[in-house]
Design a protein around this ligand. Sequence first.
Ligand code: BMA
Length: 302
Amino acid sequence: MFKRYEKNPIISPKDLPYKASGVFNPGAVRFDGKVILLPRVEDLKGFSHFCIAKSENGYDNWEITRNKALEYNSEFDEERWGIEDPRVVYMEDEKKYFISYVSFSKGGPVVSLMSTEDFSRFKRHGAILPPEDKDASLFPERFNGLYALIHRPIVRGEAHIWISFSPDLRYWGDSRVLIHTRPGWWDSHHVGLGTPPIKTEEGWLIIYHGARITASGALYRVGAALLDLEDPRIVRKRSDEWILGPEKQYEMVGISDAVVFPTGAVFDKENDKLLLYYGATDYSVCLAETKMSELLEYLLKG
Ligand code: BMA
């Protein structure tokens, strides 16, 4: 279904102006006529921060910069061991971009939030959920006045995708499981949100990762689901099969073998084009694209 960009990986450690173990799992958004990625960069201590990568066309000529505000700051209790895996959404009514990410507190990984209007100054909102929780994104719209968040807590050792609601981005409730693991399937061990929810005519498109444990470790693949447009607690469709999995050498061998991990997408509605940005083996940033209409057709007939 997805066509990989022939020049993958689009960003790897050699493209950074400093040494890193990996550059991967990027947030993605269109801003000011460009595609902006916020890739996670793992340093040589094993802690992560984000850099900023900008490109006119979303494919090549990435201009990479560092911003102090996107470094982890161990003065904040929840950022002792780095920040990871950002997801970016634009809230139209607030004219702000919200970035949800994982930060590492004493108590374990938590979901934290920051916001920006210009990708140059960033405001931290702190941790918004208790640990252990990861793989979170806001919806770009409110539902009956409430913010909605997809996240992945670990409960009883199980890792399902949940949805929660909040009036103020601080207190979250009405939580329930949205997409669960499927024993025996390719997504049997754990699932987690991939890209932020994408609004389509057929529903909110959810792209998620699912892992199965094999003899050589966790094997990460990608699935998709469609949520009801008005009530995102309702899952209308879910793919039986994975729609992207590790195949190429750069997806099979790296820091964590056999991992594709999408965290950002740019949907060009006019041209029916969905660009999917993903981390490959916790080492590099890759790009694959598909026609949105084809992906929706596939999901609807399943
Ligand atoms: C997950 C997260 C991701 C990582 C993936 C594969 O639990 O930590 O950041 O890419 O594992 O190692």
